[in-house]
Design a protein around this ligand. Structure first.
Ligand code: ATP
Length: 371
């Protein structure tokens, strides 16, 4: 019996155990991947191009063989189960609609395949079409739609029924910025209503932060961190995550701890930032540390204020709500500061800034791990 929107949700737990993917030519695309995904979660796989996120998604879908390890759905190993028997719905960037079918028939297709009754089908299609603002387009064929409208039809088709898993690979990549933002919200709302476990692939860290209940940050086939957006943002596990998540990027620089006359400092170029003692790493790591601070944790200071650093404003970027201030100074790493949009400095001017020392992250330079 087909389960559709609004009916009791099926399970949708997913475990990924030591999953590996080798492609011919010795490409180790996915390396010892482990994840436990709960029913109803919205998981985002995020990472740079080529990091292996699509490969992992395709192994979960059954579209790619698994070289090692297990994919387990609701307690059952599905490595050898063909895609059509996994009860998943997929949307990809290059969605394929049936060109000769009207929009309403395209959306209804998955229900038809499962012999859902006419009335039920009609009301499901109407409901999902209304949510994705397609209700006035139902009688058209895909050829008479814009790219964004077609993409919404593809989403509607995948979300018209209630599978165990939604798998989405960059489904908003072809949309303009405004539509992307709108569609993000529609997808989140629909997913929440349906309660279907969802895995969403993107290289866009803003999309990851705003959509995921948990984010899996992947680099070079390796899972770097798996946590809520807040955890990943506030406590990046390593240098890669620190640099990848957050826009503008976290400021990162080589640093050394200095202890002098009972006070502790971290070097920032030729400047010193007063530090609380407990934040300092052991002496054994001297010379091997990177420090990081988010742009919002740097702020204008009164000159002469303890810990104030003199820098020059290089570029200003005003978003209307806030100002990104790009700072330079001889012998200092470049820094980015976020301030209110009413910041009055001008490019070329000097400015005093201070860093919130309790917000500084420290990383082992070689292993990249957070200290
Ligand atoms: P993108 O965001 O660009 O789609 P991705 O993170 O989804 O990238 P994958 O497509 O999973 O990355 O690719 C992971 C790695 O595996 C890449 O190095 C890629 O070149 C390689 N790869 C993917 N498909 C194949 C294939 N069929 N044969 C050989 N290597 C492949």
């Amino acid at each position: 019996m087909e389960q559709v929107m609004g009916k009791e949700s099926p399970a949708g737990e997913l475990q990924i155990h030591n999953v590996n993917k080798w492609y011919p030519g010795k490409v180790h695309a996915v390396i010892d991947m482990n994840m436990e995904i709960n029913q109803g979660e919205f998981i985002v796989f995020v990472g740079p191009s080529g990091c292996g996120k699509t490969t992992l998604l395709r192994m979960i879908a059954g579209l790619e063989t698994i070289s090692g390890g297990e994919v387990i759905m609701d307690g059952r190993v599905v490595n050898k189960v063909p895609p059509k028997n996994r009860d998943i719905a997929m949307v990809f960037q290059n969605y394929a609609l049936y060109p000769n079918m009207k929009v309403k028939d395209n959306i209804a297709f998955p229900l038809k395949m499962r012999h859902t009754g006419k009335q039920e089908t009609k009301s499901r299609v109407a409901e999902v079409a209304r949510k994705l603002e397609l209700d006035t387009l139902l009688e058209r064929k895909p050829g008479a739609l814009s790219g964004g409208q077609r993409q919404r039809v593809a989403l509607a088709r995948s979300m018209v029924r209630k599978p165990k898993l939604f798998l989405m690979d960059e489904p908003l990549a072809n949309l303009d910025a405004r539509l992307r933002t709108e569609m993000r919200r529609e997808i989140i709302t629909l997913q929440r209503e349906l309660g279907v476990t969802t895995i969403y692939v993107t290289h866009d860290q803003t999309e990851a932060m705003t959509m995921g209940t948990r984010i899996a940050v992947i680099n070079e086939g390796v899972l770097q961190q798996f946590g809520t957006p807040q955890e990943v943002y506030r406590h990046p596990a390593n240098l890669f995550v620190a640099g990848f998540i957050g826009s503008p990027n976290m400021n990162l620089w080589d640093t050394e701890p200095v202890a002098e006359q009972g006070h502790c400092y971290l070097t920032l170029g030729h400047a010193r930032i007063p530090m609380d003692k407990r934040n300092l790493p052991p002496d054994s790591l001297k010379g091997g540390i990177k420090a990081g601070i988010r742009p919002e944790h740097i702020m204008p200071a009164a000159s002469g204020e303890p810990g104030a650093i003199q820098m020059k404003i290089n570029i200003l970027e005003n978003t209307g709500r806030e100002m990104a201030v790009f700072l330079t100074a001889p012998g200092m790493p470049d820094l980015t500061m976020i301030t209110g949009a009413d910041f009055s400095g001008q490019p070329g001017q000097s400015v005093s800034v201070r860093l919130l020392s309790e917000k500084i992250h420290l990383f082992h330079k070689e292993t990249g791990q957070a200290l």
